[in-house]
Design a binder for this molecule. Structure first.
Ligand code: PEP
Ligand code: MG
Length: 580
């Protein structure tokens, strides 16, 4: 049999070689639509109630196990489903359906699940899609109990496999035992789905969105997956296996080598130190970052706290999360970014208006300044948590000085309120802005007089400078942080900060790219913030660089005309300087 290459989206790194396990959850399609007699209603309600109770117990037990293994937030996906069982908008409707339509419990569950899930699915937003997945997942569990069907249990897999599935619900994914599940490939899925985020947290290699090509995979087929490249090789030839085993070995060696740098400071060959920090989205990631010796948190994306919640988290809930992050990091600085919602990150319960150009519209600080009570609540929560560690604050999507000044005024108001309430707050808080809009980069000299620091968000800066939607794969070939126009802006921001004795950091993806390291070191970037898994690799890269040489290189690169030339020159430089 000749080998077949299946392409998907690589969402969690790792090269794995193993046998396929094709996961097919039982489909409960054998519906019996015959109405029941009126005197059977109570019996059906009782069956429903028992299925509810069993589902509840299972979900809570699973939530407990998940909490121990992965922390509170991941467990919240399961306890959230358990809560859904008692949601007044759901369960009573199923009961009502049994009573009014004389429906069997199975039919009532299926009908109401379809009803709610399709309503959520019709709203084109990631949060609603996740809610739909949750309700379908819960429906499958209830139906399993009602039909008495044995679902194949992923938690009980006891041999090494690569899992193949149409899609994996978050509750499927958290059950996966890393010892046996080497990786998974799914037909559906996107980069920011809960399932992809969980795979990364669990360290399971994953390729999602592989489409119908997965239909050709049978149980027991030999497979290779590359979660970094988004590739799956079905029936690999002996030569493929050999090649990937070598790559696997190289990957393991590389990780071992990087790990040696984990506990060391980031320092160039000639002794220039930079700060390496982690980007986090959850409290749990702060714990991982602390363990991996991140020198700080350069970006705490607080919107995930809002996205993982079914309603706006209040001041207390926010305070608890920020306090925990502050405590994990102790004296090390944490930069809390205020809510950056809008664009691709939507919040269903906020009912934000549908827009033609969401990335150019009602987003981030624009929402915060329009709905001041939201930003004020968040600032109060951060300020209160500041008493427990070293918290600092930055505002996203600042495009003008007046936005920054209004945000700062709100901060002062929150501070004043808390002082009047005699709350304990730190007096060392630094206030900064994200530089991710070209206007802010161009006005960096004026901003630098007023802010304590800059953090360059290349993910958005590239999209706004080059007019390339960061989500659109059709124009992805134009999206490049090595574009000379972007480099000019980055240099201007760093120089403007230094001119005023302030510091400049970077929390966009460029900071975690080893190829960019000589350029950023040459430009004297002070703080580099990235996914915590990338920190050791960047430290190692920096350790081989000479900052004076890199300064000359940066000047040379800034004179080039195209991103391709910049990349080429950086590759050449890497080959000269890196021992690998
Ligand atoms: C950025 O834009 O570079 C950034 C770090 O913010 P986000 O990716 O959350 O938009
Ligand atoms: Mg951004």
């Amino acid at each position: 049999m000749s080998s077949v290459t299946i392409k998907g989206l690589g969402v969690s790194d790792g090269i794995k070689i193993g046998k396929a396990f094709v996961y097919k959850p039982v489909q409960h399609s054998s519906r019996n639509d015959e109405p029941i007699a009126e005197d059977q209603i109570e019996e059906e309600l009782e069956r429903l109630s028992q299925a509810k109770q069993k589902s509840y117990e299972e979900l809570m037990a699973l939530a407990d196990r998940t909490k121990a293994a992965l922390g509170e937030e991941k467990a919240g996906i399961l306890s959230g489903q358990a809560k859904l069982l008692s949601d007044p908008a759901f369960y009573p409707k199923v009961e009502q359906h049994i009573r009014e339509k004389l429906s069997r419990a199975e039919n009532a569950v299926q009908t109401m699940v379809d009803h709610f899930a399709s309503r959520f699915e019709s709203i084109n937003n990631a949060y609603m899609q996740e809610r739909a997945a949750d309700i379908r997942d819960l429906g499958r569990r209830l139906l399993g109990h009602l039909y008495g069907d044995q679902q194949p249990s992923l938690a009980e897999l006891a041999e090494e496999v690569i899992l193949i599935a149409d899609d994996l619900a978050p509750s499927d994914t958290v059950q996966l035992n890393k010892q046996f599940v080497l990786g998974f490939v799914t037909r559906a899925g996107g980069q920011t789905s809960h399932t992809s985020l969980l795979a990364r947290s669990l360290g399971i290699a994953a390729v999602v969105g592989a489409g119908d090509a997965i239909d050709s995979i049978r149980d027991g087929d030999q497979l290779i997956i590359d979660g970094g490249q988004g590739l799956c090789l079905l029936h690999p030839e002996a030569a493929d296996v050999e090649r990937y085993r070598k790559l696997q070995q190289e990957e393991a060696d590389r990780i071992r080598e990087w790990d040696k740098f984990q506990s060391q400071p980031a320092q160039s060959k000639d002794g220039v130190r930079v700060e390496t920090a982690a980007n986090i989205g959850t409290v749990q990631e702060a714990e991982t970052a602390a363990e991996r010796n991140a020198e700080g948190i350069g970006l705490y994306r607080t919107e995930f706290l809002f996205m993982n919640s079914k309603q706006l988290p209040d001041e207390e809930e926010q305070f608890a999360a920020y306090r925990q992050v502050a405590e994990y990091m102790g004296e090390r600085p944490v930069i809390v970014r205020t809510l950056d919602i809008g664009g691709d990150k939507e919040l269903g319960y906020m009912n934000l208006p549908k827009e033609d150009n969401p990335f150019l519209g009602y987003r981030a600080i624009r929402i915060g300044l329009d709905r001041k009570e939201l930003l004020l609540t968040q600032l109060r929560a951060i300020l209160r948590a500041s008493a427990y560690g070293n918290l600092n604050i930055m505002f996203p999507m600042i495009s003008s000085l007046s936005e920054w000044r209004q945000a700062k005024q709100l901060y002062e108001q929150a501070r004043q309120e808390l002082m009047n309430e005699q709350a304990a707050i730190s007096d060392q808080i630094q206030l900064g802005i994200m530089v991710e809009i070209p206007s802010a980069a161009l006005q960096a000299p004026a901003f630098a007089k007023e802010v304590d620091f800059f953090s360059i968000g290349t993910n958005d800066l590239v999209q706004y400078t080059l007019a390339v939607d960061r989500m659109n794969e059709k124009v992805a070939y134009l999206y490049d942080y090595f574009h000379p126009a972007v480099l000019v802006l980055i240099r201007q921001v760093i120089e403007a900060a230094h001119q005023e004795g302030k510091w400049a950091g970077m929390c966009g993806g460029m900071a975690g790219d080893p190829l960019a390291a000589p350029l950023l070191l040459g430009m004297r970037l002070d703080e580099w913030s990235m996914e915590s898994a990338a920190i050791a690799k960047i430290k190692k890269t920096i350790s081989h660089l000479d900052s004076r040489d890199c300064k000359r290189l940066a000047e040379e690169l800034l004179k080039l005309d195209t991103p391709e030339e910049v990349r080429e020159r950086l590759k050449q430089y890497r080959n000269q300087t890196s021992p690998e």
